[in-house]
Design a protein around this ligand. Structure first.
Ligand code: ADP
Length: 716
């Protein structure tokens, strides 16, 4: 069973593609945004930490300076140098902040020194003339090249009168000063170190790197405006630099960029995974939703498949009023129409087979009317034939208003196209022409009270009418063939009869001749003279009849070959008739012949016309009781002369009237009478070549009138 996977698949695929594209684009966008944001956040964090560390270092230096100031202020330098030295030593012993203290006099010469780690005699300390040049109170910081780096801090003091009386110097290991850079934010993996104003490393966790040159030139310019990514030892690194205020240098935070962004990358991965999961969930949701939405279409798809297989009565339940419900309703309508059309086609096929099997026009006409009633669900149908102006109902199936049927049939026959009308009683009428070629078909009229005829009905009726027309033609051909076969059979029969007749006709005179001649030749009892004469006359007579017989047969052959011609001239009618009557005198005997002949001339071959009349008169004698009168009448009629030969004999059956002129046709009782059935055929041929006509009007048992017309020849 076919489902609707294609639609569902397409829907899901479309959503998938759209979703994937959106998700990928979104992920890329978010990735970039998030990366930038996180980078910025990490940078800001680094910058803040670097600044804080710088501030702390400054704080530490401030503290050193404060202590020096306090020491100096306490009087170490207000006393004479030896005493000051003692005071310094005491101060150093009391303070944990300094490793050593040196006291210089106003000339910059060391006068006292105290140390916990280093040399502690004033001689160990070079003079510091610069110190006495200072006029401000505060730390003057310098960096020594020696290792370990040591920060030298000094305070120069002057008397209120403006005379510097001494300077106080503290030498601190730089590690101590830079100690704060190791404090705080232990989670950061950034390497923290201190550089001097030239970018040379002063303090670094990796001691080997101390004093490395010029690593971070921006530090000299007071640090970086903001952290930046730069190449450090071939590794892209995030670098934050914050300058110290009191120490000419800067705190540097350096971290490989990948490491700095690790948390961000992790977050982004999580985000991507979440996005993917959301996408998969969305696809699943769309599939389920699509399947749910498309489920109502499945019965429809199944129904279409059943329809394809040719099932009848296919329909689907209409459950909703939405588009799918509407689709289902339209499908049901379509399926019903399809069923109806199939029924119609099958019915049409059945009817065409039925019509094709008919051999009789009446049956065909009957089938046409009945079939149309069934095919078009009509109340009545009629098949009408006849001429266009006056179609006659041949067959009527069911009842219908005859006048309305004739009217629509007439309109259809005249227009030669389908016509629909409404009858007086409101019934619908449809007429379609039934064309049957030369033979003429007719008109099929269908009537029904209900629905009006649609275009489909008209087409159906026209299709049926074309089948009907073919059937009518077929039947007509069959009828013609049957008639031909019948005619041929008759001709064969006639020829057989003829042979029998000829044999008989020939045999009779031949037998006579043979017996008469035998008598003549009888030597034992020779005939006397009188008998010989009689026998000779008989033999002559029989020979003449044979001659006549053979002549007529040859004459007939001429007729059948169409070889005859007439030698016409104007001849007086009375002369011709008299010749015929005279020639028949032996046959007529005392039979009265009533003649009524005008004094006219006819345009005819006198020999042939005499033969025609002789034949008609001899038949009148042959086929009427002895003694009954025979009449020959003539009159002028429409440029011709009409001659009637009338007898009161046995007459001819109406259906045989046309056949009497066919060669070898003889009436049913004729075997008892002499003849071969060629006389009238010859007469018809003679008349024909003289441009005349011949016909018979007869009533069986009462008599016959044979009428011949020949052209009238005006007197000159
Ligand atoms: P035949 O007389 O030799 O049979 P015809 O051709 O003259 O041949 O006539 C054909 C047939 O027509 C006859 O066999 C006969 O049945 C019918 N027929 C001809 N003339 C008459 C007539 N006057 N009255 C009745 N039947 C006739």
């Amino acid at each position: 069973m076919r489902r609707t996977p294609a639609l569902l698949a397409k829907l899901v695929a479309a959503v998938l593609v759209a979703g994937t594209v959106t998700a990928v684009a979104g992920t890329l966008l978010i990735w970039n945004l998030a990366r930038s944001a996180l980078q910025a956040e990490v940078s800001q964090g680094s910058a803040a930490l670097a600044e804080e560390l710088a501030i702390r270092i400054d704080g530490r230096l401030e503290a050193v300076a404060d202590t020096l100031r306090v020491t100096a202020t306490r009087g170490a330098l207000t006393q004479p140098p030896p005493a000051a030295a003692d005071a310094v030593r005491a101060t150093l012993a009391a303070s944990a902040s300094y490793d050593e203290l040196v006291v210089y006099d106003a000339d910059g010469r060391p006068v006292a020194a105290a140390a916990t780690r280093f040399l502690a005699t004033p001689e160990d300390y070079p003079p510091r003339p610069g110190l006495v040049a200072g006029v401000t109170v505060g730390p003057q910081l310098a960096v020594l090249d020696a290792f370990p780096p040591v920060l030298e801090a000094a305070v120069a003091l002057e008397r209120p009168a403006g005379t510097v009386v001494g300077a106080l110097l503290a030498r601190l290991p730089l590690e101590t000063v830079a100690e704060p850079i190791h404090q705080g934010n232990p989670s950061s993996t950034a390497v923290r170190f201190l550089v001097d104003g030239d970018g040379r490393i002063l303090v670094h966790p990796d001691r080997d790197r101390v004093a490395e040159e010029q690593r971070f030139p921006p530090a000299t310019a007071g640090g970086l405006a903001r952290p930046t990514v730069m190449d450090v030892d071939g590794v892209p690194s995030l670098v934050a630099i914050a300058p110290t205020r009191l120490l000419e240098g800067a705190v540097v935070l350096q971290q490989p960029e990948a490491e700095a962004l690790t948390p961000a990358t992790r977050q982004l991965r999580q985000m991507t995974a979440a996005l993917l999961a959301t996408m998969i969930a969305a696809v699943a949701a769309v599939s389920v939703a699509g399947s749910y939405l498309l489920r109502p279409l499945r019965p429809l798809a199944d129904a279409v498949a059943r329809l394809e297989r040719g099932e009848r009565g296919v329909s689907v339940d209409v459950r909703t009023a939405d588009e799918i419900g509407q689709l289902a309703r339209q499908f049901n309508q379509m399926a019903a129409t399809l069923d109806r059309r199939r029924d119609e086609i099958e019915e049409l096929h059945r009817l065409s087979l039925l019509l094709g099997s008919r051999a009789d026009r009446g049956e065909v006409a009957d089938d046409i009317a009945r079939g149309a009633t069934r095919l078009l669900a009509a109340d009545a149908s009629a098949f009408l034939s006849g001429d266009d102006d006056n179609p006659r109902p041949a067959v009527l199936s069911g009842s219908a208003d005859g006048r309305a049927v004739r009217a629509v049939a007439q309109a259809c026959a005249q227009e030669r196209t389908a016509v629909t009308q409404r009858g007086a009683a409101g019934e619908n009428l449809l007429a379609v022409p039934v064309a049957a070629g030369e033979e003429g078909g007719g008109v099929l009229v269908v009537a029904r009270a209900g629905d009006a005829f649609s275009d489909e009905d008209v087409h159906l009726a026209e299709a049926f009418a074309s089948f009907a027309g073919v059937a009518l033609q077929t039947v007509r051909r069959l009828e013609l063939e049957r008639a031909l076969v019948h005619e041929l059979q008759e001709a064969v029969d006639r020829k057989r009869d003829l042979l029998t007749g000829i044999s008989h006709e020939l045999l009779t005179p031949l037998t006579c001749i043979e017996s008469f001649s035998s008598r003549l030749l009888d030597e034992r009892d020779p005939p006397r003279a009188a008998e010989r004469a009689r026998l000779a006359a008989e033999i002559h007579q029989q020979a003449s009849e044979l001659d006549e017989l053979v002549t007529r047969l040859l004459d007939l052959v001429m007729t059948e070959r169409g070889q005859r011609s007439a030698n016409t001239s104007a001849v007086p009618l009375r002369t011709v008739v008299s010749s015929a009557v005279a020639a028949l005198e032996p046959v007529l005997g005392d039979r009265p012949v009533d003649m009524d002949l005008p004094e006219v001339q006819v345009l005819a071959d006198p020999v042939l016309l005499v033969r025609v009349l002789t034949n008609l008169l001899s038949n009148a004698v042959k086929y009427s009781p002895p003694g009954t009168p025979i009449a020959v009448r003539a009159r002028q009629q429409d440029g011709a002369v009409r001659i009637d030969v009338v007898d009161q004999g046995i007459g001819i059956e109406p259906q045989a009237a046309a056949r009497v002129f066919k060669p070898f046709w003889r009436g049913p009782q004729e075997p008892t009478r002499p003849g071969m059935g060629v006389g009238l055929a010859l007469a018809a041929d003679y008349v024909h070549v003289m441009h005349g006509t011949i016909s018979v009007d007869s009533t069986p048992g009462e008599g016959s009138t044979f009428t011949v017309t020949v052209p009238y020849a005006p007197q000159t």
